[in-house]
Design a protein around this ligand. Structure first.
Ligand SMILES: Nc1ncnc2c1ncn2[C@@H]1O[C@H](COP(=O)(O)OP(=O)(O)O)[C@@H](O)[C@H]1O
Ligand SMILES: [Mg+2]
Length: 293
């Protein structure tokens, strides 16, 4: 592992709880979204969150990021109770996670390089050469070329926007990565390559990942456990092969036609096949022939 994490953060010991959501209820604008949600995310795992549209998946991520406050219960991230953090305390924790929001949200007036450098420049103390070195390293890590740094967001394909957003999310070498529908809007081939990229970065950077997705292939490729939201409640939280057997109507419907695939052996061979595809990044047509957005 290289980069800024070594200089600023201790790695989370394995087999520890990275995030703990305890009896959380959420009411926003008078509308109840969650009731008594309790779940944990182990250090080093990938937790997938699924649920119907409007079931409160994004809100659950926002609670874990301290962007919303729970109405009841509490959320602990890396042993910090979010609501209780002093401003300086929260700033410390915030540097330990990266987020890829659903829309990708790059600053349209900034180049790729400057977009990725934003979190580093906020630190105000880093020399220019170090910033340039770290940005170039991240560009390469997400499968982009150094010359892509001077491009503007409007010149990028959907796949490239996701990669730049991911590079920015990872520029502080965080311990935690939050992904909201990371493959939404990508064609199947780009989506597959993006999932491969997330998987290899997860291993390379020893990340703990919380990911909202509605894509079954993405779940197969990445998650250790899933959490299922329905009717304000957490209706399941466990390994894919266990959850898929449950008779809850949302779960049955979501995995309709995929139950056999969810057997542990099948997941293992699917992942082996995904990992052993040679050099997937340069072959991405979305990167070779970017279309103007
Ligand atoms: N700040 C807010 N004020 C009022 N309602 C909100 C707010 N944020 C989200 N909601 C509502 O909460 C519900 C869950 O939203 P969200 O977490 O975005 O769902 P999902 O990501 O599962 O589609 C939706 O009905 C949404 O309209
Ligand atoms: Mg959402």
């Amino acid at each position: 592992m290289s980069g800024i994490r070594n200089q600023t953060q201790a790695a989370a010991p394995a087999h520890q709880v990275a995030i703990s959501v305890r009896h959380v209820g959420t009411v926003l604008g008078g509308v109840r979204i969650h009731k008594d949600i309790s779940l944990d995310v182990q250090a080093g795992e990938v937790l997938g969150i699924i649920g119907g549209s409007g079931s409160g998946k994004t809100t659950l991520l926002r609670l874990m990021l301290g962007l919303e406050r729970p109405t009841e219960g509490e959320v602990l991230v890396l042993n910090h109770k979010l609501g209780n953090c002093e401003a300086t305390d929260l700033a410390q924790v915030r540097h330990r996670w990266g987020v890829l929001f659903q829309q990708g949200a790059l600053f349209s007036a900034l180049s790729v390089f400057d977009n990725i450098a934003v979190p580093l420049r906020e630190l105000k103390s880093l020399p220019k050469d170090l910033i340039a070195e770290l940005v170039m390293q991240k560009l390469q890590q997400v499968g982009l070329k150094p010359e892509d740094g001077i491009k503007m967001p409007a010149e990028l394909s959907g796949g490239m926007i996701k990669r730049v957003s991911l590079a920015r999310a990872l520029i502080m070498d965080p311990q935690l990565l939050f992904l909201d529908e990371p493959t939404a809007g990508l064609d199947p081939a780009s989506s597959k390559r993006f999932v491969q990229l997330i998987e290899s970065l997860k291993r390379e950077m020893d990340l703990t990942v919380v990911m909202v997705t509605h894509d079954v292939d993405t779940l197969f490729a990445l998650v250790d456990r899933i959490a299922v939201l329905s009717d304000q409640h957490l209706v399941a939280h466990g390994k894919l092969e266990q959850v898929v057997q449950m008779s809850h109507p949302f779960i049955r419907n979501f995995f309709l036609g995929h139950v056999q695939r969810c057997a542990e052996d099948n997941i293992r061979s699917f992942r082996d096949a995904l990992h052993h595809q040679d050099d997937p990044l340069p072959a991405d047509p979305a990167l070779a022939h970017p279309q103007p957005a």
